[in-house]
Design a protein around this ligand. Structure first.
Ligand code: GSH
Length: 229
């Protein structure tokens, strides 16, 4: 078995920061699988594996290529069923979709104004130009205009994390007593913030911050293998 994970980095190839790649890195570790990580910049992505994907993560397992973090988690679950489960059964898989939808539509859009200038600053020059052009087109405003919304976004984000706080009053992980892929989905979002920006988003005693710390300790403290920005 030979696994390769293409991971998005900035100018420093030792600092992967994509939330979706972190989900997969945690999923691989959960399964006890090790992969060679190949660092790529934004503008390298179209050339990976002869144009196999427009986005990372991309996982190569032997000759099999899989993109999209959730599809990769499903692939790992189906291909390596004897290893620890990422979903805990069909109900867990279905519920993980809800967590993905929540993270994607409620958390990521609020992190964008908070992180956007820090991400731009850490990219290689060629990727900076691509990032500015593509994100300004997507957001319909300059990066600087988007970043002006950061203070309000931080306040909003703290409120929007309430469903997770509620969950953590009953159990240490979203998955219950132990983590599942659903944990790694939300972990990916907060690890995106941790690896790109010094901005304090959560209070130290916030139950979400305490859960995130527990996630950073998982799998030999994999999440801590990249230091905080
Ligand atoms: N739904 C995809 C999203 C992947 C994604 O958006 N990846 C970003 C990096 S975080 C990317 O590769 N963007 C390429 C680009 O903007 O050109 C997943 O879960 O893997």
């Amino acid at each position: 078995m030979s696994l390769t994970l293409y991971a998005l980095c900035g100018a420093d190839p030792a600092r992967p920061f994509s939330p979706h790649v972190w989900k997969v890195a945690m999923a691989l570790a959960h399964k006890g699988l090790s992969a060679q990580t190949v660092a790529v910049g934004f503008t390298d992505i179209p050339g990976i594996e002869a144009g196999a994907t427009k986005t990372v993560p991309l996982l190569k397992d032997g000759e099999t290529l899989v993109s999209d973090s959730f599809a990769i988690a499903r692939y790992l679950e189906e291909t390596y069923p004897d290893r620890p489960s990422l979903f805990g059964g069909p109900g867990g898989l279905a519920t993980a979709r809800l967590v993905e939808g929540w993270s994607q539509t409620q958390i990521h859009p609020l992190l964008t104004p908070i992180l956007i200038l820090d991400i731009h600053a850490m990219l290689a020059p060629i990727d900076q130009a691509y990032f500015r052009e593509s994100r300004e087109k997507r957001l319909g405003r300059t990066l600087e205009e988007a970043a002006a919304g950061a203070p309000a976004a931080i306040a909003d984000l703290r409120t929007r994390l309430e469903p997770l706080r509620h969950t953590l009053r009953h159990q240490p992980f979203i998955g219950g007593e132990t983590p599942l892929f659903a944990d790694y989905i939300v972990f990916g979002a907060l690890q995106w913030a941790r690896t790109t920006s010094k901005t304090e988003i959560l209070g130290a005693d916030d139950p979400v911050a305490l859960w995130f710390d527990r996630c950073l300790d998982l799998h030999g403290a994999l999440g801590r293998s990249v230091t905080a920005a």
